[in-house]
Design a binder for this molecule. Structure first.
Ligand code: AMP
Length: 406
């Protein structure tokens, strides 16, 4: 079954095409577009490329399109991407302005461009459905909680992939299988060996998650993707009272404050150089103090969250790095893991520095009892599998029992 996964941003369009069957998933093609103003020409160009390259003979061969939707008001899980999903996305447009309008628009464009294909959404929030209430709520009045103000968490597909893959790499195959099938079987009661993972998704948008035995315990992102770690140009954690104070003191409207927090803050706001870590590192290397401060702030924030999760899980067996920054910046990984030798984690500097872009592997020494790993992001695979399972279930076939791997 050929399934296309669309990864949509406010100015980007990325895709991966998979072929799935009961035995596994094969990545057939991937690509993307930057500085996107409209999705329809991208979809047309993508379909043309897929046909020209022989991945599909006709666009009708694409049986389903999967969307890694971010946040829906009153909706999560893996669901048909129908009007109910559009309504749920628009219900939280203000909470995820860089993501929700883009996904709603993308779903509409695919509905027109590939009308025969099934459309399925896997919400990023789905991975956090088993987080304990105490780690899920905010201490706000009941009326605020009643309108959906709580911690949702994001990057669910990415952290789930890290959970699966880290279990495989640490030779915990039964746990990896449990994690792959989490959305089908639920967490149940795990009686096997315990595995506590701290997963660091560090990219344009970043978060740290804690995962115990394949199930998320918590994540640094809360109500909106503006929270937790400093993002490329979005704020990260901020005391709620700073917003009304800044509005009054600087004479900002709520809309202006929102805009500044969602597009002029984070690493860009701190460095005043760029929202891209490569530019920031270059500036820092040539002596720019603000750029160096932005890097130090990012590392401190990662350690803050990782430390909290380490404590809550009663320790950790592995810390994993994924996404653009996590996969490509050994210095940041080394700084995050510094000084933890007494907890059993020692970075192997040679391994860490020589791990090539896009490769996975250990960066801790062999004798570390708390391992550090790099796992290249593969969120699309997680979405593709769930889409496949959902459609197979709907077709009335037995839900696939075999593990679906890449
Ligand atoms: P992502 O959102 O995962 O695409 O990550 C984007 C961030 O990762 C940006 O700050 C990029 O500068 C950084 N990044 C992505 N790819 C690379 C690379 N190959 N080398 C260095 N930095 C990278």
């Amino acid at each position: 079954m050929k399934i296309l996964i669309a990864n949509l941003g406010s100015t980007s369009f990325k895709y991966r095409l998979f072929d799935l069957d009961e035995a596994g998933a094969t990545l057939l093609a991937e690509g993307g577009f930057e500085r996107v103003e409209e999705f329809t020409p991208c979809i047309e160009s993508m379909l043309e490329t897929l046909q020209n390259d022989g991945h599909v003979a006709a666009k009708e061969e694409i049986e389903a399109v999967g969307f890694k939707t971010v946040l829906g008001r009153g909706l999560s899980g893996c669901v048909e991407a129908d009007d109910r999903v559009l309504e749920a996305l628009h219900g939280f447009d203000d909470v995820a302005p860089a993501h929700n309008p883009a996904y709603a628009e993308g779903i509409r464009c695919f509905r027109d461009a590939l009308p025969q294909a099934r459309r399925v959404a896997l919400f990023e929030t789905a991975f956090y459905q088993w987080v304990e209430p105490a780690a899920r709520e905010y201490a706000v009045p009941r009326s605020w909680r009643d309108i959906g103000i709580r911690r949702y968490g994001f990057h669910g597909a990415s952290h789930k992939y890290v959970a699966e893959r880290s279990a495989e790499l640490l030779s915990e195959e039964a746990l990896a299988e449990r994690t792959r099938r989490l959305y089908v079987d639920g967490p149940g009661h795990w009686t096997g060996r315990s595995l506590r993972v701290i997963s660091c998704h560090l990219g344009g948008s970043s978060s740290v998650a804690s995962i115990k035995d394949g199930v998320a315990m918590g994540v640094s992102m809360g109500f909106s993707p503006q929270s937790g770690l400093p993002q490329n140009n979005r704020v990260g954690d901020l005391d709620a009272m700073a917003v009304p104070y800044a509005c009054k003191a600087l004479g900002l409207s709520v809309e202006e404050a929102e805009k500044q927090l969602a597009s002029q803050s984070g690493l860009l706001g701190l460095s005043e150089v760029s929202n891209d870590i490569r530019d920031i590192r270059k500036a820092a290397a040539s002596g720019d103090g603000k750029a160096q401060f932005a890097l130090d702030f990012l590392v401190d924030s990662i350690r803050h969250w990782a430390g909290s999760f380490f404590f809550k899980m009663g320790g950790a067996d592995a810390i994993c790095f994924t996404a653009g920054i996590g996969e490509n910046h050994p210095e940041i990984r080394a700084k995050v893991c510094a000084g933890l030798e007494s907890f059993g984690l020692r970075i192997d500097n040679e391994r860490n520095a020589s791990l090539r872009s896009g490769r996975e592997g250990y960066i801790s020494t062999d004798d570390s009892t708390f391992k550090a790993l790099v796992i290249p992001a593969n969120e699309e695979l997680v979405v593709a599998r769930e889409v496949y399972r959902k459609l197979r279930r709907q077709e009335g076939a037995k839900a696939p029992g075999a593990p679906i791997r890449n």
